[in-house]
Design a protein. Sequence first.
Length: 213
Amino acid sequence: MVAWRFIIPEKDAPSFLNPRNVTAFVGPRAHIVAYPLRDAGAFNVVALSSGANPGETWAADCNPTHRNEMTTQFAGWHRDIRTLLSYAPKPTWWPLFGVSDGRWTDGQDKVLIGDAAHAMTPFAAQGAAMAIEDAYELAGVASANVDLADALAFFERSRQARVARVRSRGAFNKFAYHARGPVRVARDMVLRLRKPESVAADLDWLYGYKAPG
C-alpha cells in the first residue's frame, strides 16, 4: 500500500470538500480522505491504494513515475476526483509499512513504542494517537514504585491487547473501503441506513479511549 499526500488551499478546493468535516471517497482497491487544516486555510488530501514496492524509503517527492501510478490507480474514478488529483501541488509519496508481532522490550531497561513497536496501516486514522497513548501509559508504569523490568513487561502486555484491537479495526476498514461486488453494495446500504451518530458511537472505544493512570 502507498499514499499520495498533498495540501490544497481552501480557495482552490472543489466544492465537494467540506471545510467543517472529514470527507472520504471509497472505491475498489483504493480510497481518498480529505480533511480541513483550519489554521492553514487548506485541506490535506491523502489518496491510498496498492502500489509498487518502494524499497528502503518512507517518503519521497512524487516523481513522474509516482504520479503516473496515481493516475493509473484512480483512472476509473469520477472526473472531479481525477481533476483534484491531477492538480496536486508538490505531492509526497509514502509507502505504508506494518510491523509483525514481537517483543517490545529487552526484558531489562529498553522498550520500543509507537511505530517502532507496532506500525500498522493508517486505515483507522489512529497512527499518531497510538504513540501518544504509549508514551502516556509508559510514563505511568515507569514512575510507579516497582522494578523497571517488571514495569516494562506490564506495559507491553497491557498495550498489546489495545494495539491488536486497533490493528484489527484498520484491517476491517481496508476491507470495507476497498470492497467490490456484493460486499460493496452491502457496505453502501449499511452506511446509507445508519445514522452518523450511531457509526461514531461504535468507534468510541477507539477515539474516546481513556488511558489508565
